[in-house]
Design a binder for this molecule. Structure first.
Ligand code: AMP
Length: 419
């Protein structure tokens, strides 16, 4: 075993998977940019306080933060998610609203590493600040839905809920707390601990001891104000209008404390592991204010890239892009001709490869075959002396000689026709 390996919860994304990751982000960018979102690139670490605003009752903040004091004595944390950073940036730069941004990149949480749950994991996501309109909620949910469709996933279920407005949520939490306290002896030990910190999170428990108590717990819908009920109705109407199927799940409370009103989660029914949530989001009216800004409504979602790709594997969709070469340069004259030819082919936009060091014609052709190049450009002593090269289609088609000047245009033509 080598002395150094990736630490638990981190992975090397090797070729060709890394190209698949990039294609994933590209597909996401296409979908959300079509709806007017612009990319934002946030720092990977911020003052710890930015993330503490996510709430002190979430594991993400209390147990899973990668935080440290830097050499300047600042208490810093690696970002566990990007919504807080977006809101911090909004308060810092006061952009014009509605502010519609998308992001991609890694987040860090000190979790128990397992299949689909890592300590460094990637997300793509969007946030909109400054609009409190249920139609926006519908659009945001529809974009997540459209993105999954765009990469070919079919077995993704949309679960939605509303946590009401701030007052509703507070009254619900109170009612939930007294309900769970009344049934405390029936709860698992873990849930009793959770109850002391945040009664809402008890609803997340998947432990069998808790199932019955949770099933009988009051529902948030009993606490909706007329406005909150109206907002949630409009969201459901809008989704129906767009033909997007959904399930109302009144136990869906989501991990982070800042959620209000509409919340949603996307669950892969193709994944068999314990980790089936491939994305989620909702409204977080209140977070901007907590970060020192004016009261500003916000909504967004994050899609877990690592886990969504596991769902793609399970459904057999979105393979790594084909990265075969377009053209392979074979040079038996020492390599300088290949150096120039490959450079000219690449400048014309082709993916051109070659071998290095003195290799025989046979060995170079073998590598050319492996590269899955469509065309080989062969330069031998005799060709070089005559200022020509042989262009050989790799599918067994007829080869011809071209003057060195004409080779690039010829190859571009052949590749274009083949693709
Ligand atoms: P959250 O930010 O917790 O709402 O998570 C949004 C999505 O990110 C989840 O649905 C997962 O797909 C993904 N995710 C969250 N935590 C992890 C993790 N530790 N490892 C892999 N994916 C994660």
């Amino acid at each position: 075993m080598p002395e150094f390996q990736t630490t638990p919860g981190t992975r090397d994304i090797l070729p060709p998977d890394a190209a698949r990751w990039r294609a994933f982000v590209d597909s996401f960018a296409r979908v959300v940019e079509s709806a007017g979102y612009s990319q934002i690139i946030l720092p990977m670490f911020e003052d710890l306080g930015v993330f503490q605003r996510l709430g002190d009752a979430t594991d993400v903040v209390t147990k899973e933060m990668y935080d440290f004091v830097d050499k300047g004595g600042r208490h810093i944390a690696l970002r566990p998610e990007q919504t807080a950073g977006v809101c911090r940036a909004y308060v810092q730069h006061h952009p014009v609203v509605p502010w519609k941004v998308w992001y991609a990149g890694p987040n860090f949480r000190y979790e128990k590493a397992q299949q689909g749950r890592y300590r460094q994991f990637d997300q793509v996501g969007i946030e909109v600040l400054g609009v409190d309109d249920p139609q926006l909620d519908v659009e945001v949910i529809a974009l997540a839905h459209d993105f999954y469709r765009s990469i070919g996933l079919k077995n993704v279920e949309l679960h939605i809920n509303s946590l009401g407005d701030t007052g509703d949520r507070a009254r619900y939490v109170e009612a939930l707390a007294s309900y769970f306290h009344a049934h405390e002896t029936e709860l698992s030990e873990e849930s009793r601990i959770t109850l002391a910190r945040n009664p809402l999170r008890v609803l997340d428990s998947k432990r069998s001891e808790d199932t019955d108590v949770i099933a009988q717990a009051p529902s948030i819908s009993e606490f909706f104000s007329p406005e909150a009920a109206q907002h949630f109705d409009s969201v459901q109407e809008g989704l129906a209008l767009l033909g997007i199927d959904f399930v109302v799940n009144d136990r869906l409370v989501r991990g982070l404390d800042y959620y209000r009103s509409t919340t949603f989660e996307l669950v892969s029914t193709a994944l068999e592991s314990a980790q089936t949530a491939v994305g989620g989001g909702g409204r977080y009216d209140g977070l901007v204010e907590d970060l020192g800004g004016d009261p500003t409504p916000g909504i967004g979602f994050a899609i877990g890239l690592d886990r969504t790709l596991l769902a793609c594997d399970a459904e057999g969709v979105f393979p790594a892009p084909d990265q075969g070469a377009d053209v392979f340069v074979v040079d038996t004259t020492g390599g300088r001709a290949a150096l120039r030819m490959a450079s000219a082919l690449r400048a014309a936009g082709l993916r051109a490869e070659r071998t290095y060091g003195a290799k025989s014609m046979k060995s170079q052709m073998k590598t050319a075959n492996k590269s899955r190049a469509l065309v080989a450009v062969i330069i031998g002593e005799d060709e070089l002396a005559r200022g020509v090269a042989t262009v050989r289609p790799m599918d067994g088609g007829e080869q011809s000689e071209y003057s060195l000047d004409a080779v690039v245009a010829t190859v571009v033509d052949i590749v274009k026709k083949a693709k």
